[in-house]
Write a protein that binds this ligand. Structure first.
Ligand SMILES: [Zn+2]
Length: 443
């Protein structure tokens, strides 16, 4: 009886006070009934997730929906931290053709939220000379959280003329730029070098040491003067990242098909191994035997750019699907797409769902069926599972909702309904929106 009375009072208050009543709820948004995979917290079970003020408020077995302003049923789906893709190319818009500081890159927002990615790190598009331009042009204007591995080349990835110029690979200005943008620059990149010298790697490590950030290495052309064994056992520091690990282009795999023992030695020293699939860096005939031998990647990443986005590599979920197809457990795939990469770039506030953490969340559906996955040379591997992103949240707000699971059915709305979201949970709801007078037309 008391309960019913309280409900009636609640409804009355709602009718009279409207928004004021809504503000009284403890949580802005509640994701109900999903299977939460939060590897940092060693959690893989059905849980409710409550969000308040853009942060995770509570993860618990049962949270009362009446405590939340908005509740979304996500039963049957997986709820994971927002995916962290630490190898992308998004420094576009400069108009420079054939350049990863230009036309070879893509704007991030069209490739991220729709696959559950909330954070990306551009892998060396900009160097210290053009980082400010990258920041103004892309980082500051994207809804995706965009971070950067600063290229050791001052001009960044502008093509051979720049990327082979040892004179422009200076540690000091690169480190200084990184230190003046600690919030955005998470590492130093060296890539595409075709010469015999160690200078690019050595100066990248020098810059990384001054700025106390990791180095990511795309080891360029395979050169006998600088073998991968020396890179992994002498040149790189613990915490530095070797990307393109399953390309097979730089002796990652011996002719016998076995793994190069240098990779195992490097891992023992603390060197990190990243996928960086891209258009030319992932082969089934390398990945399958290496994964089978137990050499799993520390992080899964796309190497997204115009040359990879529509070929074997489709998007972050496609690369994750490939590891499912190779027999990796979903929880292990999620670890390598969330908490591991967040730690690699020293962004430990990301990649997990601890109370107080930024509420970046992916809600994924694991589809069963017959699927195919393509490598860099166009070879297919069949698989029976495929991830689909249903819902993405950044900072506690819904930024992507594939099937409208958070939206009202149109037939339940008033005849003249207008925008239905609310800024408490909907990233696209107009702020400070007031109901418009009926009949008034707007653009
Ligand atoms: Zn790349």
């Amino acid at each position: 009886m008391a309960l019913r009375l309280r409900t009636v009072t609640g409804v009355l208050a709602l009718l009279i006070a409207g928004g004021a009543y809504a503000q009284a709820q403890k949580y802005d948004l509640l994701l109900k009934g999903g299977h939460v995979i939060d590897p940092k917290n060693k959690l893989s079970a059905v849980r409710d997730v409550a969000i308040a003020g853009g942060r995770i408020a509570l993860v618990a077995e049962k949270i009362d929906p009446s405590e939340a302003f908005k509740s979304v049923d996500v039963s049957g789906l997986y709820v994971t931290p927002g995916l962290v893709d630490i190898h992308v190319h998004v420094y576009t818009g400069t108009g420079e053709p054939h350049s990863y500081a230009g036309d070879n890159s893509v704007y991030p927002d069209g490739f991220t939220f729709r696959v559950g990615v909330t954070t990306v790190a551009d892998a060396g598009g900009a160097g210290w000379r053009n980082f400010s331009d990258f920041k103004e042009r892309v980082i500051d204007r994207s809804r995706t959280r965009v971070l950067s591995f600063l290229n050791i080349v001052g001009h960044g990835m502008r093509g051979g003329r720049y990327e082979q110029n040892l004179q422009d690979m200076e540690a000091k200005p690169a480190a200084e730029m990184a230190l003046s943008h600690k919030d955005l620059i998470v590492g130093i990149k060296t890539a595409h070098y075709a010469g015999p010298d160690w200078t690019p790697v050595e100066n990248a490590v020098k810059a990384g040491t001054i700025a106390n950030i990791p180095v990511m290495v795309d080891f360029g052309s395979n050169k006998p003067e600088r073998p991968i064994s020396v890179l992994l056992t002498e040149k790189l520091r613990p915490g530095d990242i070797y990307t393109h690990v399953y390309s097979g282009l730089r002796d990652e795999q011996l002719e016998s098909g076995a793994i190069n023992p240098a990779l195992i030695e490097g891992r023992k020293r603390g060197v990190i191994f990243d996928v960086g699939h891209g258009g030319g860096s992932f082969l089934w005939r390398v990945a399958v035997p290496l994964v089978k031998s137990g050499f799993l990647p520390d992080s899964i990443s796309t190497d997204l750019h115009i040359g990879s986005m529509n070929t074997g590599m489709k998007d972050m979920l496609n690369v994750m699907d490939k590891f499912l197809a190779m027999g990796m457990k979903l929880d292990d795939v999620i670890l390598r797409s969330t908490w591991n990469p967040a730690r690699e770039i020293k962004r430990e506030e990301l990649g997990h769902l601890s109370p107080g953490a930024l509420a970046d969340i992916a809600v994924l559906r694991l589809q069963k069926g017959n699927f195919g996955f393509i490598d860099m040379y166009g070879a297919r591997m069949n698989g029976s599972q495929k991830l689909l992103c249903e819902l993405t949240l950044r900072d506690g707000k819904i930024v992507y909702d594939l099937n409208g699971i958070a939206r009202p059915d149109w037939t339940t709305l008033p005849k003249d309904y207008r925008a239905t979201g609310d800024p408490r949970w909907d990233a696209y709801a107009p702020r400070g929106r007031r109901p418009r007078p009926a009949g008034r037309t707007t653009r």
